[in-house]
Design a protein around this ligand. Structure first.
Ligand code: TYM
Length: 349
């Protein structure tokens, strides 16, 4: 790998939802198409990140493969030599670097991470690992920093819920570089990332039941979340029962009408049309039911098409790509780990 690296991951603790699809999967697939000639593109499933909150472990292995298939169904080319596909836990250097980075990470900084605060709200401080805030949840950003720094990644396309973690990876790289001379490439700042990726960054699809919250794989109820594997008819029903408001007029205004705005956003994405066109069609109208019906139909058609493509993904091809990429990626990651081990005194320079 001799080009600048673009890297990203999508967890596999559940089926992906349409927030992941439009906020991450599609931009990643488009980016891979457009940039693979000029960059190395690392796409991985952060399977070790999957159980920072409790999951069904019986499903994890299959879920990981399933999520990789979603990339392929969304159009990711498997035959490009600069696109590297791998599973985090198949590259042990991620875990080893995490421990080293842990010892250079401040407890206070990790405690202030928004995602940690949000996710730990529903958990407690008991000793019961099924209900308690795990050390893994706390440590999550450090593992994510290791994922990024192992490959000297410059650009990391993620939704804006992850930008604080990118800043954390930058901080730790800068801290270690100034203590041990230059060992890591510092990822680009979030502003530079936005300039590089353009409008794809920062999109946040909201939960259909509680549109003040982002749509999340780990939401307590699945009524507000449309999963890519949902029966298309059930998904349409979820749209029909989405929470709106009592204003009585359709406006694109996330502060005052977050539910309606979320529906307009989804319609623009499903129709692949600029938001302005959709707004021109709907803003000012009063029949929320019509908007819901139009969106429900668009969602149903989208899921039918996507699920047909998913069913035809060639699993054999995917597995042989994983096997050869994981070999290459282990070599790259081990070389960087050795540099760090030498810097911190674990290996002879
Ligand atoms: P994860 O798996 O929670 O989410 C995957 C990607 O989807 C984006 N996303 C959304 N975008 C729009 N609307 C939503 N409702 C929505 N929900 C999630 C996320 O921003 C993300 O880009 N920590 C990462 C995984 C990770 C990673 C990494 C990413 C682990 N190591 C290294 C990049 C680099 C995460 O939890 O994503």
């Amino acid at each position: 790998m001799d080009k600048k690296v673009i890297l990203t991951g999508l967890r596999a603790n559940n089926d992906l939802h349409i927030g992941n699809y439009f906020g991450a999967l599609m931009p990643i697939v488009d980016m891979a198409h457009n940039r693979a000639d000029d960059y190395d593109i690392n796409l991985f499933v952060p399977d070790l990140h999957s159980f920072t909150t409790p999951i069904d472990h019986k499903q994890l292995y299959a879920q990981t493969l399933h999520n990789l298939k979603l990339f392929v169904a969304a159009g990711l080319p498997l035959d490009h030599p600069n696109i590297h596909l791998y599973r985090q836990s198949f590259v042990p250097a991620h875990s080893e670097l995490t421990w080293i980075l842990d010892c250079f990470s401040g407890f206070g900084q990790l405690q202030r991470m928004t995602q940690f605060k949000d996710k730990s709200k529903d958990l407690d401080n008991s000793d019961n690992p099924e209900a308690a805030i795990s050390v893994g949840l706390f440590n999550y950003p450090v593992l994510m920093a290791a994922d990024i720094l192992l490959y000297d990644a410059s650009y990391i396309p993620v939704g804006d819920d992850q930008t604080q973690h990118i800043e954390f990876a930058r901080d730790i790289a800068q801290r270690m570089n100034s203590k041990f001379s230059e060992i890591f490439i510092v990822p680009k700042s979030v502003t530079e990332q936005h300039e590089f990726f353009g409008h794809d960054q920062g999109l946040r699809i909201k939960d259909l039941v509680d549109p003040l919250k982002k749509m999340s794989k780990s939401a307590a109820s699945s009524k507000g979340v449309v999963f890519l594997g949902d029966d298309p008819k059930d998904a349409a029903e979820k749209i029909m029962s989405a929470t709106t408001d009592s204003v009585g007029t359709i406006n694109f205004d996330s502060a005052n009408q977050p539910g309606i705005t979320n529906l307009l956003t989804l319609l623009a994405l499903l129709r692949q049309e600029p938001q302005e066109n959709i707004n021109a069609e709907w803003v000012g109208k009063s029949r929320y039911g019509d908007l819901k019906k139009t969106l429900a139909t668009a969602m149903e058609q989208f899921l039918e098409g996507f699920q047909t493509r998913l069913a035809s993904v060639n699993e054999g091809l995917l597995l042989s790509k994983l096997e050869s990429d994981e070999k290459l990626i282990n070599a790259v990651a081990n070389a960087k780990l050795l540099t760090v081990q030498k810097a911190v005194g674990l290996r002879q320079k």
